[in-house]
Structure formats: structure tokens, C-alpha cells
Design a protein around this ligand. Structure first.
Ligand code: MN
Length: 427
């Protein structure tokens, strides 16, 4: 593993944001407009300040304001060579041996913010959002519950990355509460559906990738070029209403069970930062069709956790421990498949993995699987139990790739469950 890089900014060994990471995000300082920054330790380096100083005079930037803006979309549209050049500038400037910023107190005061002093925003204007279903263990567990172990996987599952087109308008950044949704629910023993708040409110532990330049309508992105289009990744919680889903999902898939809210983490970890954690893609049988085959296709070794804290607990409790490597389909395969029919993707589009479950009981990435549809409630350290999420519960997802001496982390995506909407209440 690469030797640890050193910054003049203090970075603890367990920090998610060492000099090797440098994730991009959009933040709003206490005074001033939103702008783009990178996380380093517990600080943020304000890239709009560096831009103002002319440190990003690359041909792709032309004279545009790429970082003095409230979304990453312009930057995303520039492509990998520009992303790499910007990363190199930032990494050099933050290095321990570089005195330019380190020894200039005025500039440091201007360019750095403490993370606890700012408000993080969505990293991009997300135009379109797609959610895949790429974890074998998740698909197999859910299929077993619905159809039994013999018919757990539908015949198409190992031939193509199953997905659905989601709703981008309800994607929120970490820290926002989530309101318990209402909808149609048909209890198993009832003749007709009822209307009401979901009684089986769930989370889904996922990782999503943010699109770079994208492709023209009608021109697929080939799998060997897929990585040129992927800027980086975030953690995602695809909040779900299982009872609503069970009644509505056939024949066209999830709708109101998913479209009420989806939360993502604010820092986008780039593929450059994840490079040391590339791993061979696990074997696929049957061999995918040629448009989804690439010799160097890969997965990433990223540890992922979901933590539940209910109001009677002093600290969060880890309920899922899983890994990105448990995904069957790679991000490149997802992207190649998404566009092979000619669908165009645009900068800022978000493509998510689907719930990431592993082979063991504690690596299941949602309550549906952990409690086996409520049959085996989770037992929490203080003796309380949960079949599903209840009002006031906080669910956080975190994740990091561990190297020798440092970790490349994602921070977290967290949200608290609020009671269902009642008419007349103030918004
Ligand atoms: Mn999902």
C-alpha cells in the first residue's frame, strides 16, 4: 500500500479525510454563498478561493467559475484529465513540505473552514437517478422471502443489472430528517387496501456514483470507457416503505415505496482516491454478454456499516457490517448496461448500487433482511427491539477503505425518522 502522505493540516489516523482522499463537496459557510471545497482532516479547503487566485488555469476551465458555485455539475462535465489536474494542485498545496499556504496565515484564514462551522449541501444538481439491484445476497434473500429459495432469483438477474428509474427531486443531503410516508397498504388478510402511514419503514445501505461528462443520446458508453464517466461515489440510504412496496410493485417496480426521500452523504470520494482499493471483480457465472465484459473491470474494498440509534440509547449501535465487494455487478457494467440502448446520462446523474448485503446474517443491508420481514426482531444493547424503524430513530450509514496507516472514508449519511404528515401541521 502507498506510503502515507502528510499534510500540514493535522489528520488523525482514523480520520476519513487524509491527504490521500480529498473528497469534493458543496458547503455553505456561516457568512457567504455556497461553494465547492475538499475535506482535509476536520477542515475544508475552499476551492473558490484557490480559483480566485488563478490556481486552476487549465484549458478545460476556460475562464469559467467552476468552484465559486453551488453545485459540482460544471466540474463534473470537465472529465477525468481536468479532475486529475485539480486534484494534483490541491494535493501539492496541502502537502506538509509546501510552504505556500502553510506559511501564509492570512491566506489560511481565508481558505480554510472548520467542518463543524458550515452547512453541507447536496454535492450536485442531480438530474436523473437510477437505483440498481446489484447485490446477489440482497436479491437472493428478498427473492427467498417472496418466492422461496428455489425461485429466489428471477431468470434475468444474472444476465443484466436489474434497476429502476428513481426520483431525483426527493434526494436530500445527510442530516435531513425523513418523514414517515403514507400510502396504500394491503394487509395480507384484508380484501382491500387501506390508506395510512407505513408500518414497515426501512433503510437500504447503498453506494451511489456520480456521473461525469455523460454521453449523447443514442451513443452508448462502452464498458472500457465507463470509468472516464464516473467522477466518484457517495453513501446512500434508500429509505423504503415495505408494506407500500409489497402492494404496488407489480408489474412495474417500486413507486411510492421509494420516491418520498433518499439521503446521500455530502462528500464525493473520487475514483482517484479509491484507486489503491481496486480489487478483481468476483467471478460471474454465466459470463456476461460481450457489452458488459472488460478485462480490467473491478470492484473496491470498502467497509460499510449501518448504525441505529433509538431515543433510549446513548450511542449508535452497528446493525449492518458489509463491504462494497459483495456487489455482483460492477459500476462499469451498470453504466454500460444503462446506456447500451442509447440512454444519455448527464453530469450530476446518480446511479446507485441497490442494497449491499453480504453472505452473513450481520451483513444484511436493510431491516427487511435483518429481521426477515419482521419475524426475527433486532435486539438492541439496551434490551429494546425493532422490527422496523420507528419515529425518532436515527439511522446512519458510514464507510471507509482501510489502508496501512490511513483510511479513505466517506463520512456518513444520517437521518432521523419523523412522524407521518398530519393535515394542518406546520411544514
Ligand atoms: Mn434501493
Amino acid at each position: 500500500m502507498a506510503t502515507t502522505l502528510r499534510s500540514f493540516i493535522d489528520v488523525a489516523p482514523e480520520s476519513h479525510f487524509p491527504l490521500e482522499n480529498l473528497p469534493f463537496g458543496v458547503f455553505k459557510p456561516a457568512h457567504g454563498a455556497p461553494r465547492v471545497g475538499v475535506a482535509i482532516g476536520e477542515s475544508i479547503l475552499d476551492l473558490s478561493v484557490l480559483e480566485e487566485q488563478g490556481r486552476f488555469r487549465f484549458p478545460e476551465f476556460q475562464d469559467r467559475k467552476i468552484f465559486a458555485t453551488s453545485a459540482l455539475n460544471e466540474f463534473l462535465s470537465l472529465g477525468r484529465p481536468a479532475w486529475r489536474r485539480a486534484r494534483t494542485v490541491i494535493q501539492d498545496l496541502l502537502a506538509a513540505e509546501n510552504g505556500e499556504l502553510r506559511d501564509n496565515a492570512t491566506m489560511r484564514a481565508h481558505a480554510f473552514h472548520a467542518q463543524h462551522d458550515v452547512t453541507m449541501q447536496l454535492p450536485a444538481r442531480i438530474g436523473d437517478y437510477t437505483d440498481f439491484y446489484s447485490s446477489f445476497h440482497h436479491a437472493h434473500n428478498v427473492g427467498t422471502m417472496l418466492r422461496g429459495p428455489e425461485n429466489a432469483l428471477m431468470p434475468n438477474w444474472k444476465w443484466l443489472p436489474v434497476g429502476y428509474h428513481g426520483r431525483s427531486s426527493s434526494i436530500v443531503v445527510s442530516g435531513n430528517d425523513v418523514r414517515r410516508p403514507q400510502g396504500q397498504i394491503k394487509p395480507p388478510d384484508a380484501e382491500v387496501p387501506i390508506f395510512g402511514a407505513t408500518r414497515s419503514f426501512d433503510y437500504e445501505l447503498e453506494v451511489a456514483f456520480l456521473m461525469g461528462p455523460g454521453n449523447a443520446l443514442g451513443e452508448p458508453v462502452t464498458i472500457d470507457r465507463a470509468e472516464e464517466h464516473i467522477f466518484g461515489m457517495v453513501l446512500m440510504n434508500d429509505w423504503s416503505a415495505r408494506d407500500v412496496q409489497a402492494w404496488e410493485y407489480q408489474p412495474l417496480g417500486p413507486f411510492l415505496a421509494k420516491n418520498f426521500c433518499t439521503s446521500i452523504s455530502p462528500w464525493v470520494v473520487t475514483l482517484e482516491a479509491l484507486e489503491p482499493f481496486r480489487r478483481p471483480l468476483p467471478p460471474q457465472d454465466p459470463e456476461p454478454l460481450p457489452y458488459m465484459r472488460a478485462p480490467n473491470d473491478c470492484t473496491y474494498d470498502i467497509h460499510l456499516e449501518a448504525q441505529l440509534q433509538i431515543s433510549s440509547m446513548d450511542a449508535p449501535h452497528v446493525i449492518t457490517r458489509t463491504n462494497f465487494q459483495h456487489l455482483y455487478w460492477s459500476v462499469a457494467q451498470q453504466l454500460a448496461h444503462h446506456t447500451v440502448g442509447g440512454c444519455n446520462l448527464r453530469p450530476g446523474d446518480l446511479l446507485a448500487s441497490g442494497t449491499i448485503s453480504g453472505p452473513t446474517d450481520d451483513s444484511r443491508g436493510c431491516m427487511l433482511e435483518l429481521t426477515w420481514r419482521g419475524a426475527n426482531p433486532l435486539r438492541l444493547p439496551n434490551g429494546e427491539t425493532r422490527k422496523w424503524l420507528e419515529d425518532g430513530d436515527t439511522l446512519a450509514i458510514t464507510g471507509w477503505a482501510q489502508a496501512d496507516g490511513f483510511r479513505v472514508g466517506f463520512g456518513e449519511v444520517t437521518g432521523r425518522v419523523q412522524p407521518a404528515f398530519t393535515p394542518g401541521q406546520t411544514p
